[in-house]
Ligand binder design. Structure first.
Ligand code: PLP
Length: 405
């Protein structure tokens, strides 16, 4: 048989959160080595479980969830999404403007595939959540990176964004709160992005999946509330806030200038129809999740697990010579900086592999998030405090002698 090759469409697609370092970790685990997994934002392995009432709802509705449903999702769930955004001031949102998906991931692919022709450009933050770049490239577009400034709390640099806009630019991705940096953008930055989008007729893709994971009384400003003039595609879901990433529940809402985007919206509908519908049992979790008491908040206040875990990781990293990190305002990731000269680091993949092999901790190198320099890595602070303390002990020990050849 002739060698079977992967499609050329995948040539520029990279998704390192599950890449070569992870493959090595899998191999080590098969050899019986215990690895501390700090590489994905998967809540379940760390006893951060779904609220019981959500599981009850899904079980209760299991029988009615047997069949395919409307390709945009069941009415009650989409209505709950509409009502959720009404409380944020979006009074014109209709049930038809809501698309449910198998997680935000599927919807990211839909909104890029329905839009891009070869050579079209999408502005993507560096660092990014790498599915965005992958989806742009898979759809034939080019991801053009704008910088987020570590010295400015990892906020997007507006003049860098402006300098990257070309006649081929179709849209801009804004991940707020941000993975991997934990940044939460202030109003003036968001308004600056809106101004650039309006001036240059760009669609705004607002990935807001961490908008209910905020520390220190921070407030999230939804992009959709800031403009009527351009199309805003907002993506969100229950994987993080309700700790059910395995149930694959996400949604996308379309707001702003929908009139000018009718054809594009038809394209998104076509892609939704082609996959029939998203996981119906999971859709039954939406109404309960968005109403009433939000148990996530207990984890985020002082004394709550996520709050305390963030404290441990940030304090310890900033105390290690050659490492520093900006304290996250949201989410459950930190993106520490490495003094590359001090450790002679030229490859962050090598750094992640060396740490894995020596200390049995898996984290993701910064270039896996399309960060252009080998001087960062991402840590997920979901594990229990005692495991994070152990991880930080190992990191401290490792950095004390590390030098890359
Ligand atoms: N967007 C961001 C910024 C994420 O961090 C993630 C998952 O980690 C996703 C989207 C995908 O989430 P899901 O497909 O589980 O809804």
């Amino acid at each position: 048989m002739k060698a079977v090759k992967k499609s050329k469409k995948l040539d520029n697609v990279c998704y390192d959160i599950r890449g070569p370092v992870v493959e090595e970790a899998d191999r080590m685990e098969r050899d019986g080595i215990d690895i501390i997994m700090l590489n994905t934002g998967n809540t379940a392995p760390f006893n951060l479980n779904a609220p019981d009432e959500i599981i009850q709802d899904i079980k209760y509705n299991m029988k009615t969830a047997e069949g395919y449903c409307n390709s945009q999702g069941i009415f009650s769930a989409r209505k709950a999404v509409v009502q959720h955004y009404q409380t944020k001031g979006l009074m014109d949102l209709k049930v038809d403007d809501v698309f449910l998906g198998n997680g935000v991931s599927e919807l990211i692919l839909f909104c890029m595939q329905a839009l891009l022709d070869n050579g079209d450009e999408i502005l993507v933050p560096a660092p990014d959540y790498p599915l965005w770049s992958a989806a742009v490239n898979l759809s034939g577009g080019n991801a053009v990176y704008y910088t987020c400034d570590e010295e400015d709390d990892w906020n997007p640099n507006l003049s860098d964004i402006a300098s990257k806009i070309t006649p081929n630019t179709k849209g801009i991705v804004v991940i707020n709160p941000n993975n991997p940096t934990g940044a939460l953008y202030p109003r003036e930055i968001l308004e600056g992005i809106v101004d650039l989008a309006v001036e240059n007729d760009l669609i705004i893709f607002a990935d807001e999946i961490y908008d209910r994971i905020l520390y220190d009384d921070n407030v999230h400003i939804p992009m959709s509330t800031l403009t009527e003039d351009v199309l805003v595609v907002t993506l969100n879901g229950l994987s993080k806030s309700h700790r059910i990433p395995g149930y694959r529940v996400g949604w996308m809402i379309l707001t702003g200038n929908k009139e000018g985007a009718k054809d594009y919206i038809e394209g998104i509908k076509m892609l939704s129809n082609m996959r029939m519908c998203s996981n119906v049992p999971g859709q039954h979790a939406i109404q309960t999740s968005l109403g009433g008491y939000q148990s996530m908040n207990d984890l985020l206040k002082p004394g709550g697990r996520l709050y305390e875990q963030r404290e441990i990781v940030c304090k310890r990293i900033n105390a290690i010579p050659g490492l520093s990190c900006v304290k996250p305002k949201a989410g459950f990731y930190v993106f520490p900086k490495i003094d590359t000269e001090m450790f002679n680091i030229t490859s962050d993949v090598q750094f992640a592999l060396d740490f894995l092999k020596e200390e049995h901790v898996l984290m993701v190198q910064g270039t896996g998030f399309n960060w252009p320099h080998p001087d960062h890595f991402r840590i997920v602070f979901l594990p229990h405090p005692e495991d994070l303390i152990e991880t930080m002990d190992r990191l401290e020990r490792f950095m004390a002698t590390y030098r890359q050849e």
